[in-house]
Design a protein around this ligand. Structure first.
Ligand code: GLV
Length: 387
C-alpha cells in the first residue's frame, strides 16, 4: 500500500493510472504556460512567520463560505471532464467533499449530469455556469440547477472563447476518447480506468447531450465552446441570469480591480480571483499576486475567494492570511480522483487539511479565522510595479 504524504504523491499515481489525453488536459495551461506556472511559483515567494511558546491546543480550521459552514476554507473548483479522469468522477468527488464538509462545484462541462450528482449526494452543491448563446438551453440549465437544489450559481466570466492548450489539440481531446491507434495503445495500459469506464454509462457531457439542440459535435470541448459559448456576454446578461436564478451568485474569473468593483456593485455574493488555472489568458498575473489589490478594491462588500496554484495547506494558509475568505482547488483534487477515486479525493482533502492545521499551529494560531497578514512575510515587491 503506497503511503501518501503529499498532493505530489497523488499526482504521480494519477499520471500513471490515467489516459494521457485526460492527464494532459488537466495538467496544461494555455500557450507558453507562464501563468499556469506562476500561479504555483508565486505562492512560494510568500513565507510564513514562525511563532513559539504559544498554546496550540484546541485548534480549528472550521469557517464559512457563502454563509455555509465548512470544515476548512476550501471548496472543490468546477473542472470540466472530471468524469473522464475516473469513471463517475463528479459523483465521487462530490461525495468526498460532502463527507469532508467542504463545498463541491459541478462544472457545466461535467460528465455526470446535475441530476445524477444530486441523486448521489445529500447536501446541496454549487453549480458552475457557462453562458451559452442558446437561450433556451441556458435557461434550462439554470432551471435544472434550481430543481437539483444547488445552493449557489458560479458564473464563469473568463472563458467565452477558449485559450489554446497545445496538447489538447495534439491529443485530439474528446469525451469519450476516439479510438485512434495512439489512444488504443495508451488506453491498453490503463486497465483499472478502462474497467471502471466500461461499467458506467456516463461517458460524455451529461449536462449537454440530450438537452442541447443543433450541436454538431458534443464530444469535443473546443468545438462546443466555439459554437455555443456566448461571446457577447456582458453585465446585462449576467443580470438576466441572476433574475432567472434568484439565489446566491459567485462570479469567477475576476483578476482586475475595476472588474472586482463592478462585481461588488452588482451585488455578487462572492467573487473568485482566478485566471482559470492559467488555462486562458497566458501572460496574466498569478491569482495570488492579484488577490491583495482586489481585496483592497472591494473591502468586505463581497466574499473574495481565489483559485490557481493551490497545492498544499500552506498555500491555503497564505491565501487566507492575505484575506481570502476561501480558496478553490481544482487540480489538487483531480490528482486524488485519478489516483484513487473517491478515497483519493478524500485523501487530497486530508493532506491539505493536515498541512493547514499543523502550519497554523507552528505560526502560533489556533483558529483559521484569526489568520492574517501578521502570519506572513510578503516581499515588498510581491504585487509588482506595473505601468
Ligand atoms: C474548461 O473549463 C477548461 O478550462 O478546459
Amino acid at each position: 500500500m503506497t503511503v501518501i504524504t503529499s498532493i505530489d504523491d497523488l499526482k504521480r499515481l494519477y499520471k500513471r493510472r490515467t489516459p494521457k489525453m485526460f492527464y494532459d488536459y488537466a495538467e496544461s495551461g494555455s500557450w507558453t504556460e507562464q501563468t499556469f506556472r506562476e500561479n504555483s511559483s508565486d505562492f512560494a515567494d510568500i513565507r510564513l512567520r514562525q511563532k513559539v511558546a504559544v498554546n496550540m491546543e484546541g485548534r480549528t480550521t472550521a469557517s464559512e463560505m457563502l454563509g455555509q459552514p465548512v470544515a476548512m476554507p476550501v471548496a472543490l473548483a468546477p473542472v470540466g471532464l472530471t468524469g473522464m479522469q475516473r469513471a463517475d468522477g463528479e459523483i465521487k468527488a462530490a461525495r468526498a467533499a460532502e463527507t469532508f464538509g467542504v463545498p463541491f462545484t459541478l462544472s457545466t462541462m461535467s460528465i455526470c449530469s446535475i441530476e445524477d450528482v444530486a441523486a448521489h449526494t445529500v447536501k446541496p452543491f454549487w453549480f458552475q455556469l457557462y453562458v451559452m448563446r442558446d437561450t433556451e438551453f441556458l435557461e434550462g440549465l439554470i432551471e435544472r440547477a434550481k430543481r437539483a437544489n444547488c445552493s449557489a450559481l458560479v458564473i464563469t466570466l473568463d472563458l467565452q472563447i477558449l485559450g489554446q492548450r497545445h496538447r489538447d489539440l495534439k491529443n485530439g481531446l474528446s469525451a469519450p476518447p476516439k479510438m485512434t491507434p495512439a489512444n488504443i495503445l495508451n488506453l491498453a495500459t490503463k486497465v483499472q480506468w478502462g474497467m471502471e469506464m466500461l461499467q458506467t454509462k456516463r461517458r460524455t457531457f451529461g449536462n449537454i447531450v440530450g438537452h442541447a439542440k443543433n450541436v454538431s459535435d458534443v464530444s469535443s470541448l473546443s468545438s462546443w465552446t466555439a459554437e455555443q459559448f456566448d461571446p457577447k456576454l456582458d453585465w446585462e446578461k449576467i443580470q438576466r441570469i441572476r433574475d432567472l436564478w434568484g439565489g446566491k451568485i459567485i462570479l469567477k474569473g475576476v483578476l482586475d480591480e475595476e472588474d472586482a468593483k463592478r462585481a461588488a456593485d452588482f451585488g455578487a455574493d462572492g467573487i473568485i480571483v482566478s485566471n482559470h488555472g492559467g488555462r486562458q489568458l497566458d501572460g496574466a498575473l498569478s491569482s495570488i499576486r492579484r488577490l491583495p489589490p482586489i481585496l483592497r478594491a472591494v473591502g468586505d462588500r463581497t466574499e473574495v475567494y481565489m483559485d490557481g496554484g493551490v497545492r498544499s495547506g500552506q498555500d491555503v494558509l497564505k491565501a487566507v492570511a492575505l484575506g481570502a475568505k476561501g480558496v478553490f482547488i481544482g487540480r489538487a483534487f483531480v490528482y486524488g480522483l485519478g489516483a484513487m477515486g473517491e478515497q483519493g479525493v478524500k485523501t487530497a482533502l486530508d493532506v491539505i487539511h493536515r498541512e493547514l492545521d499543523v502550519s497554523m499551529a507552528l505560526c502560533g494560531e489556533r483558529d483559521v479565522k484569526n489568520l492574517g497578514r501578521h502570519n506572513l512575510y510578503v516581499p515588498a515587491n510581491f504585487e509588482g510595479e506595473w505601468a
